[in-house]
Design a binder for this molecule. Structure first.
Ligand code: DX5
Ligand code: ZN
Length: 216
């Protein structure tokens, strides 16, 4: 099974963002995870289009853009223009999720669906074969550096069963409180993509941590 690492630049040094992107370019990271927060869907505000555009000019890995915003459909075109390769919207923010997934695809991006910790996976039953990625939030979204919610592990196992049963091609991504202490159990539960912010950028050697996360 695919094992990918997507470091989150939310935990990078914004004063030296270019240096941190170059570091990821030269690392074993597969994607660059980009957290967009609007202060409405989540209590925090992060960054938007100008930063993503700047990152895109030097990034050598796909931009995995995680939208924690209300009415994300208003901005799909803008995120495509800014350089998003994978665009993930929250289930909780999309009353017309099927249409949103189709629109993301029509713009030439991969489409992901994120679930908050309280949102059950059975709600994905009718959409699972349309998605390229399911992002399981293992913290309540809004901030980096939070503690991993351990119930996420059984949720991931049940999602793995659903994906295998339905023949969906969706990858499973887990986001929040992920590090060397839980990477193995997450891969074993069926995760394909680990998002890691603090555990990568807060470590003494981010490139070595990425390598270790990949080979736990
Ligand atoms: C949280 C974001 C995460 C965050 C993860 O709302 O979606 O991607 O950057 O940070 P860590 O790895 O520090 O929990
Ligand atoms: Zn994220």
């Amino acid at each position: 099974m695919k094992r990918l690492i997507a470091p989150s630049i939310l935990a990078s040094n914004f004063l030296k963002l270019g240096v941190d992107i170059e570091l990821l370019n030269k690392s074993d990271a597969d994607w660059i995870h980009v957290d967009v927060m609007d202060g409405r869907f989540v209590p925090n505000i992060s960054f938007g289009m100008p930063i993503i555009k700047a990152v895109k000019t030097i990034a050598e890995k796909p931009l995995d853009v995680h939208l924690m915003i209300v009415e994300p459909g208003k901005y799909f075109n803008d995120f495509k223009s800014a350089g998003a390769d994978i665009l993930t919207v929250h289930y909780e923010a999309c009353p017309h999720l099927h249409k949103d997934i189709q629109t993301i695809h029509s713009l030439g991006m991969k489409a992901g669906i994120a679930l908050n910790p309280h949102t059950p996976i059975h709600l994905l039953e009718e959409i699972i074969t349309d998605a390229d990625l399911i992002l399981i939030m293992s913290v309540n979204p809004g901030f980096g550096g939070q503690s991993f919610i351990k119930e996420s592990i059984s949720k991931i196992s049940r999602l793995r069963d659903m994906i295998d049963r339905t023949g969906s091609n969706a990858l499973i991504e887990v986001d929040g409180g992920v590090g060397l202490d839980n990477a193995k159990i997450l891969f074993d539960a069926g995760v394909n993509v680990l998002v890691a912010g603090s555990s990568v950028f807060g470590s003494a050697d981010p490139q070595d941590t990425i390598k270790k996360l990949k080979s736990v």
